[in-house]
Ligand binder design. Sequence first.
Ligand SMILES: NC(=O)C1=CN([C@@H]2O[C@H](COP(=O)(O)OP(=O)(O)OC[C@H]3O[C@@H](n4cnc5c(N)ncnc54)[C@H](O)[C@@H]3O)[C@@H](O)[C@H]2O)C=CC1
Ligand SMILES: O=C(O)[C@@H]1CCC=N1
Length: 264
Amino acid sequence: MIAIIGAGKMGEALLAGMLAKGHAPEGVLVTEPRSEHAAELRGRYGVEVVPADEAAKRAGTLLLALKPQDMVSLLDDLAPHLSPDRLVISVAAGLTTAVLEEHLPAGTPVVRAMPNTPALMGQGMTAVAGGAHAGAGHLERAEALLGTVGEVIRVGEQHMDTVTAISGSGPAYFYFIAETMIEAGVAMGMPRATAQKLVGQTITGAAAMLNGSGEHPVVLREAVTSPGGTTAAALRELERHGVRAAFTDAIEAARDRSSALSGS
Ligand SMILES: NC(=O)C1=CN([C@@H]2O[C@H](COP(=O)(O)OP(=O)(O)OC[C@H]3O[C@@H](n4cnc5c(N)ncnc54)[C@H](O)[C@@H]3O)[C@@H](O)[C@H]2O)C=CC1
Ligand SMILES: O=C(O)[C@@H]1CCC=N1
C-alpha cells in the first residue's frame, strides 16, 4: 500500500499519473487536510482519503508531498506510528535526508526525490537520492514508483538542490517562455488559439529534437539560424537583453532557495 501525504499540486500530479498508468486506486491512500479538496480527490480518483496517522499505520511506502515548511511537524506526528520497515519518500524541496531522518524512528529508510508536474501526463522527470538507511532495494522501489510517471535518474544528494532548480522548477521556465511567445503573437494580431498551437507544438518539436538527435543544443540552434535571417535577428535581441545571464542567475536563485529551505 502506498500513501500520498499532501495531495496539492505535486502530490495530485503524482497520484493522477500513477492511476493513469494502471496503479489500482485500492492500493493508494491519500492524506489531505483541506476537506473540500479531499472530497474532490475521492470523487475524481476513487481513492481512500484517511488521516496521516492511519496512512502511516497502513502503508508500506509513504510519499510525502507537503510544503517543506510543514514537513517537520508532520514527521513528528507520524514518527510514533512508523518503524524502519516502511519506506519514506519525500519530494520536498531542500529538505535533506539527514533532516528527515532526525524526525523519524532510527534506521528508517528515506529517499529524497525531486519530481516535476509533467508527471501528471506520464512525462515527469524525477531525480532520487538515498539517505543513510536506504539500501539498493529501497532506491529501486522509489524508482519503480516514480518511474510509472516518467523518467527517473539517481544522483548524489549533493546535487539535489541543483536538480530542484533545473527540472523541479524547470516546467515553470518553459511556461514563462511559452506565455511570452504567445503574447508576442497576440500583440502582432494573431488569434490567441493559433499562437498557443504554434508555441505548444514548437516546444514539443524542439524537445523531440533535443532528446532524439543526440546533438548539443548549440548544433540544433545553428541549424535554425540561417545566415542573415530571422533567427539571427531574434537571438541578437535575446543576447542584448541578457537573457542567458538572467537564466543562469534565476537557476542559481532557485538552487539557493532550495538549500535555504532545509533550515526553515
Ligand atoms: N509543485 C511542483 O512543481 C513541485 C513541488 N515539489 C514539492 O512538493 C511539495 C508540495 O508542493 P506543492 O504541491 O506545490 O504545494 P501545495 O501547497 O499545492 O500542496 C501541499 C499540500 O499539502 C497539504 N497539507 C498541508 N499540511 C498537511 C498535513 N499536515 N498533512 C497532509 N497534507 C498536508 C495541503 O493541504 C496541500 O494540498 C513541496 O515540498 C514542494 O517542494 C517538488 C517538485 C515539484
Ligand atoms: O517552487 C517550489 O518550491 C517547488 C519545488 C520545485 C518546483 N516547485
